[in-house]
Design a protein around this ligand. Structure first.
Ligand code: FPP
Ligand code: MG
Length: 330
């Protein structure tokens, strides 16, 4: 592991997290092996393409709040959340018809939809097998998380119903598809390190908020970034007709100058020229800054929850984690 996806100022904590991430990385590699060589290749494809490993890192960091941060269950829990996440990416890229992920060809682009879907299933079943080692409590949490992930994804696909506020609907989607698994990462870290139930509750809520902030900043990046920065194709959400925080804020504008943008956002954007025009208009719209402010607000709320922890390097690192997520550029 070359570097951690978050700044840890305490050298001892950094060294410990780095060493534990290396153990997680090795464990992940062993868990994606199958007796069928092709399955191993397909399952390794996205894992080896990179990724920030935010979720397992959060498990390790949250585990520092208990007195058994070094337990084997922590490594298992870190693998469970990363494999669940990885599984969902294989499926997500099929639904989005994405061709790029983590700077590499997505599995559906490199092979086909069937391979991508079944590889996602394989990774999800590996993750489920591992939860058995955590006992019924751990299995229940993962199952509930899976339910929320899928519900979030379905709600996104359906779009807001009659009378639903589009922004509220979107925030529900985001809480389900991303908040849930990041909340579980923090919760697992607390539980399997033996943290108190107060700390477990605070970290779970912290994870949920950080998770929502993480997805919102991902949605902002989908508009703002160039593909060489994000490893994905920019403007994918627009092309798929999915309105996210910046576009939903712009849609609320009553300013006549926004008429063209709002008209574009209400129509099919699979045409390259219309897509490029919309992307250019939204990129320089004040809604982008408003969206960023909303994300920073969430990160601040998450940091407030850390008051349950004593001052020190662990709390400072969790604080930094919330900030990194809110201001990420990739
Ligand atoms: C990425 O979001 C996708 C998710 C966070 C979750 C997707 C969930 C499913 C497909 C449900 C199935 C789950 C499993 C475990 C098999 P995005 O498309 O907004 O972000 P992107 O820019 O990374 O594509
Ligand atoms: Mg996607």
């Amino acid at each position: 592991m070359s570097s951690l996806a978050l700044p840890v100022t305490d050298p001892e904590l950094e060294a410990r997290l780095r060493a534990r991430m290396a153990v997680v990385e090795e464990a992940l590699d062993s868990h994606v092996r199958s007796e069928a060589a092709f399955v191993t290749e397909a399952a390794r494809h996205l894992m080896q393409a990179g990724g920030k490993r935010f979720r397992p890192l959060l498990v390790l960091l949250a585990a520092e709040t208990g007195d058994q941060a070094d337990s084997d269950d922590i490594i298992t829990a870190a693998c469970v959340v990363e494999l669940t996440h990885l599984a969902s990416l294989y499926h997500d890229d099929v639904m989005d018809e994405a061709d790029l992920r983590r700077g590499a060809a997505s599995a559906n682009a490199r092979w086909d939809n069937h391979v991508a879907i079944l590889t996602g299933d394989f990774l999800f079943s590996k993750s489920s097998e591992l939860t058995a080692g955590l006992g019924p409590g751990g299995v229940r949490i993962q199952a509930q998380t899976f339910t929320r992930l899928v519900e979030g994804q379905i709600l996104e696909t359906l779009g807001p119903g009659e009378g639903d506020d589009p922004l509220e609907h979107y925030l529900r989607v985001v809480a389900g598809k991303t908040g849930s698994l990041i909340a579980t990462s923090a919760q697992y870290g607390a539980i399997y390190s033996g943290a108190t139930s107060d700390v477990e509750a605070a970290l779970t809520e912290y994870g949920e908020k950080v998770g929502v902030a993480f997805q919102l900043s991902d949605d902002i990046l989908d508009i703002a970034s160039e593909s060489h920065e994000s490893g994905k194709t920019p403007g994918t959400d627009l092309r798929e007709g999915v309105l996210t925080l910046p576009t939903l804020i712009a849609m609320r504008s009553q300013d006549p100058a926004d008429h063209r943008l709002k008209t574009l956002l209400s129509q099919d954007l699979s045409d390259d020229d219309l897509h490029a025009e919309t992307l250019a208009l939204i990129r320089q719209h004040p809604a982008m800054d408003e969206a960023r402010r909303y994300v920073s607000g969430l990160a601040n709320e998450a940091k407030e929850l850390l008051k349950v922890l004593p001052d020190g390097p662990v709390r400072a690192a969790l604080d930094a984690f919330a900030d990194v997520v809110a201001t990420r550029s990739a």
